[in-house]
Design a protein around this ligand. Structure first.
Ligand code: DOR
Ligand code: ZN
Length: 353
């Protein structure tokens, strides 16, 4: 039985690290384990140009010890008004690798997102010319479309036509959740997909197990168990189209346990351990390294990391919460607790450096 895993240092190709005190709490585990992480730009206001991305990246690096080698890779937030100059500047910046498409209103801080892909076609064409990658939150926003069908509708309404119109544009279909998304990615060129730990471990039943459980609420929402099983097969298949992206999306307790709770699951505290458990449960630990450390870098045309990380087989308990320093002194500190995925549960693997 394997009780130690040594992997090439992995990358997290989709993460929200926020800003301020939340960022100071969440950045450390990611920077310790991962070589690079693709930082999502949905701050308020959004990170929509290179100047803002550089400032945001600097603030992330400043939150880390000087000795850290962690490399935040930036994605810019697409709006209806993104200019061709911004695309050119992004192509010239070594720290920016693409643009994130949030359909306006689809998820957290997406109000400034794109109202219709047809409006940004010249920008997408320029991105393809400059080999910039489009990262997509793939859900339609029509409130009449069932929330569990929004991803598959997006494939039909947006991705299929886009794939035909700009075949050279490299696309990452982010945090895929459905059999339809797996099929689409498998059948088309120049498209890869990130898969989160939570979509590999949970189905929609978990949101409603014995009551409403806000810490399982994320977007795209967890789907039926059959989709989870299909994602497990895709992640462990050895296909280079599927790679690691946690979509760790921290919101403090006060924002989650509310009459209108935010979407997002905080998983960065122990991300690689989750994937190790999942791959082990599929008897596919031999496929973990390529999924976590090779395929994403290859898709982005970046060099693979050369360092190594280790995980040890040992039982340990995930803390019930991590305390974020309240930004407003009068706030109850409980409201600023960050409840991680699998809070209080025992894990089988431990990252040891
Ligand atoms: O659950 C989610 N949370 N999905 C997203 O697309 C955004 C994210 C966030 O920023 O909180
Ligand atoms: Zn995300």
């Amino acid at each position: 039985m394997t009780d130690k895993l040594v992997l090439t240092q992995p990358d997290d190709w989709h993460i929200h690290v926020r800003s301020g005190n939340v960022m100071h709490t969440v950045i450390k585990p990611t920077a310790e384990c991962f070589g690079r992480a693709l930082i999502m730009p949905n701050l308020v206001p959004p990170v929509a140009d290179v100047k803002q991305a550089k400032a945001y990246r600097d603030s992330i690096l400043q939150a880390l010890p000087q000795s850290s080698l962690f490399d935040p890779v930036m994605s810019l937030y697409l709006t209806d008004n993104t200019s061709l100059d911004t695309v050119r500047a992004a192509a010239d910046c070594p720290h920016v690798c693409g643009f994130k498409l949030y359909p306006a209103g689809a998820t957290t801080n997406s109000d400034s997102g794109v109202t219709s892909v047809s409006r940004i076609m010249p920008v997408l064409e320029a991105m393809a010319e400059h080999s910039l990658v489009l990262q997509v939150h793939g859900e339609v926003t029509d409130p009449h479309v069932d929330i569990f069908d929004r991803e598959s509708e997006f494939i039909d309404q947006v991705l299929l036509p886009l794939r035909t119109e700009i075949p050279a544009l490299k696309i990452v279909f982010e945090h895929i959740t459905s059999r339809q998304a797996i099929d689409f990615v498998t059948e088309h060129e120049n498209i890869g997909a990130t898969i989160t730990p939570h979509h590999l471990m949970y189905s929609r039943n978990d949101i409603f197990a014995g009551g409403i459980r806000p810490h399982y609420y994320c977007l795209p929402i967890l789907k039926r168990r059959t989709h989870m099983l299909a994602l497990l097969d895709a992640a462990t298949s050895g296909s280079p189209k599927f790679f690691l992206g946690t979509d760790s999306a921290p919101h403090v307790r006060g924002k989650k346990e509310s009459s209108c709770g935010c979407a997002g699951i905080y998983s960065a505290h122990t991300a690689i351990e989750f994937y190790a458990e999942v791959f082990e449960s599929m008897d596919a630990l031999d496929k973990l390294e390529a999924f976590a450390s090779f395929y994403g870098a290859d898709f982005y045309g970046m060099s693979r990391n050369t360092g190594k990380i280790s995980l040890q087989k040992s039982s340990w308990e995930v803390p019930p919460f991590y305390q974020v320093e309240p930004e407003n002194k009068n706030d109850d500190p409980c409201l600023w607790e960050l409840v991680p995925l699998r809070a209080g549960e025992t894990l089988r693997w431990k990252f040891v450096g």
